[in-house]
Structures are given as structure tokens and as C-alpha cells.
Design a protein around this ligand. Structure first.
Ligand SMILES: N[C@@H](CCC(=O)N[C@@H](CS)C(=O)NCC(=O)O)C(=O)O
Length: 165
């Protein structure tokens, strides 16, 4: 029987899990949480941290966008993330891990700086962000088709960095 899945969602972090679930063609209910106001007692009973996303999977509460997404791609090996038991899957996992680490370590800080700056500083910060992409990310996308690793379909790499767009 298909599991009962409820995703408590709000942009951008929940998009990781939402993208993976859609790509896996899984049925799930979404409940939009308004993060501009204090969380309701009902939501805090599900996730006492108050952060979004949270997901209820057949009664089990899962929190944190990365581990939630990992749970689904691990339990449903697919083009998003192949099984690590396959040599090509282990290599795909390495490439995705390298890409995601590179983005969040070497590029995202420049994005944050650009968003937080204004005036002349915004132009300088934006140029640094673009340069960081050209230097760190462009080489990793040389064989993109259009997704990572020559894939014509979305992978975990795009799901993980979706919150940036
Ligand atoms: N590390 C968490 C971050 C989640 C997060 O910061 N969510 C934001 C919105 S998507 C949130 O809940 N903000 C509300 C708040 O901080 O009160 C994850 O990956 O799930």
C-alpha cells in the first residue's frame, strides 16, 4: 500500500523534498505554513523547532530538508540518485556530493553577500558571485544535458540547490 505523506511546506527549503517527491511521482499532500507569523500550536506539536519543512510519513515525523530528501531518494533508487550498490550509483553520489559541497562552500556565501548589499557594493558583490560560479560551477557542468553528469533528467544535485533560484 502506498504510504501516507504530508509535507508541511514553505519556500525555499521545503522545495528540496517537494521536487524529489514530484520527480519520484509519489502522491503526497502539501500544507502551506505561513512563516511570516508565529507557528501554530498544531505545527509546533509536529516540529517543536518550528522550522519548515516537516513531513509526516505513515505517522513518522521527519524534519530537515536534506535528510527528508535523502530518505526518499534512498528508499526509491532512481535517476535522481541511483543505488550505491551499483558502481555507477556510487560515482553519481560522489559527483552530486562534490557539486553540492562546492556550491554551498564556494559560491553560496557570495550569493548571500550580494543579496544583503546595496548600491555600489551590490554591483561588486554580484560580480564576485558571478565569478565564483564561473570558476567553481561552470567546469562541473561541462557535460550537463542539461542536468548534472550528462543526465537528461533532474538529479539530487538540482533538488538540493533549488532553494537558491
Ligand atoms: N536547516 C533547515 C532550515 C529550514 C528553514 O530555515 N526553514 C525556513 C523557511 S523555508 C523557516 O522555517 N523559517 C521560519 C523561521 O525561521 O521561523 C532545513 O534544511 O530544513
Amino acid at each position: 500500500m502506498a504510504p501516507t505523506i504530508t509535507l508541511y511546506t514553505a519556500p525555499p527549503w521545503a522545495h528540496r523534498a517537494q521536487i524529489a517527491l514530484r520527480e519520484l511521482d509519489m502522491e503526497f499532500e502539501t500544507i502551506l505554513i505561513d512563516i511570516t507569523v508565529p507557528r501554530t500550536l498544531e505545527y509546533l506539536a509536529i516540529n517543536p523547532q518550528g522550522l519548515v519543512p516537516a513531513l509526516v510519513y505513515d505517522g513518522h515525523v521527519l524534519t530537515e530538508s536534506g535528510p527528508i530528501t535523502q530518505f526518499f531518494v534512498d528508499s526509491h533508487p532512481s535517476h535522481i540518485l541511483e543505488s550505491s550498490a551499483e558502481p555507477s550509483g556510487a560515482l553519481q553520489r560522489y559527483n552530486i556530493g562534490f557539486f553540492v559541497d562546492t556550491y554551498f562552500g564556494n559560491v553560496q556565501p557570495f550569493f548571500d553577500a550580494a543579496v544583503l548589499s546595496s548600491g555600489e557594493q551590490e554591483i561588486t558583490a554580484t560580480n564576485k558571485y558571478i565569478n565564483a560560479i564561473v570558476k567553481n560551477i561552470e567546469p562541473l557542468l561541462a557535460d550537463a544535458a542539461p542536468f548534472l553528469g550528462g543526465s537528461s533528467r533532474l538529479t539530487l544535485a538540482e533538488a538540493y540547490i533549488s532553494l537558491v533560484s
